[in-house]
Write a protein that binds this ligand. Sequence first.
Ligand code: HEC
Ligand code: HEC
Length: 464
Amino acid sequence: MDTKRTAQTVFGIAVTIFVLVTAVGQTTGDERRANQLTFANRSGVQRTITTADAIDMKNPFFQDIGTNGRTCFSCHRPAQAWTITPEELRQRFDETDGRDPVFRTNDGSNCEGADVSTLRKRRRAYSLLLTKGLIRVGIAVPEHAEFEIVDADDPYDCGAPLTQASMYRRPLPTTNLGFLSTVMWDGRETVKGQAIRSDLLTQASDATTTHAQGAAPSPVQLQQIVDFELALFTAQIHDNGAGSLRAQDATGGPRRLSTEPFCIGINDPLNILPVMPGACATSSGGLDPNVFTIFNAWERTKVPERRAIAQGQQLFNTREFVIDNVPGLNGAPEDPVGTPLRATCTLCHDTPNAGNHSISMPLNIGLTTVARRTPDLPLYTLRNKATFETVQTTDPGRAMVTGKWADVSKFKGPILRALAARAPYFHNGAAATLEEAVDFYDARFNIGLTAREKADLVAFLKAL
Ligand code: HEC
Ligand code: HEC
């Protein structure tokens, strides 16, 4: 794909949305500024800004530098909060008869090298992409792993050997990256002690050689991609019910987010201060549970939609429940905490106003169990080579990177901004909506949320 065409497509979308935005009554007259992109979504309007001079549509991020026609933009789209959504993918499929470069059999189809010779076969081959926006991440079991895969119940009969696993995951947004403490769901691009920026350089190179099947980009191109990504900030700016997310002294939107201080470990419940570039100079001295402060000013407003969002924020910060059996936290003997904890959502979503984990701490919150398996996902049986213990999971997670039994099905806690534009949620798209994401937590941790509390939490998450 040539760059010019890509850039035109992006602006084509931006212009359409400009009209939509006008219809919502949000015209500020600046929707098409070079340094920001504004898009409507179901619950309002979301904006990306750059701290550079302009959002450069000629950056290698948008260029075809691989061999299969893909660019980073094939899977990281500004209108979808820099990831992809099933809705937009189905539209792309229909417009191109399933030939857009995102539809490639190296990792876009359920099985590697799937038969895509007819339209019907393509629709079947790319079903996980079309229904849940999932990309196949294929990884071999590490050589000295403490476990082996002894069975794979594969709904697609891909015929892959048990020495590897196909894991179907949501692309993570390539925005707000200045808040990262871990790169990738399983942290596989994070090197201990190394700066996140360096992790992102390797990531951009690996993305080109794997997704785009190209040669590694030049060091200059890699710097350009990472500079581009690190300058982006994205957040919801307008809510259909509550109006401007900056009204009455609220501090929503990407501009404010871009000034939010961050260092690794900035709000760490366990005071584990990592030694690495970008880490805080001193320990945070434990957790301040009031992680989100965006809507503090709306706690006493008379506008009901605004009060609901403020109440949702307060629940997220302060509603306690029992957090137990979370491997990586308190689910195994080697974990930092030995007992169940009474805590809030912010025990794990602790980075101020960003919501990801402020230090690298992969956790298994129970999304990959047999009980939660859906028929469209594979189920792997892993066996510990030393103890012969077995476990079944839809995605072995970090264990495929480290080979450690203790790391089975651990994933990072992602950034919780610009959520409204990018359903479905969780690494495997298990929650089609934010309502379902909240229901997952209510069931998993027996929180006992009332219908009203759930609605407030969802209103808050949508306004991020
Ligand atoms: C075919 C789709 C696809 C393409 C093309 C693609 N990515 Fe991704 N990207 C993904 C998926 C899927 C993940 C998450 C995978 C995981 O964590 O296991 C991801 C994750 C990332 C992350 C990690 C963000 C975080 O929060 O940890 C970054 C950064 C990123 N991609 C940048 C890029 C860049 C730069 C390019 C172009 C060179 C690119 N991607 C091309 C699908 C894609
Ligand atoms: C024990 C740690 C922990 C607690 C407590 C916790 N989360 Fe999470 N959260 C995570 C992790 C880890 C993930 C990523 C899981 C995955 O996809 O595998 C996540 C993902 C999410 C996502 C999906 C984000 C995305 O980009 O897909 C949402 C939404 C979310 N959490 C909301 C909440 C809410 C609301 C609460 C409180 C009711 C909460 N979390 C409590 C650890 C936690």
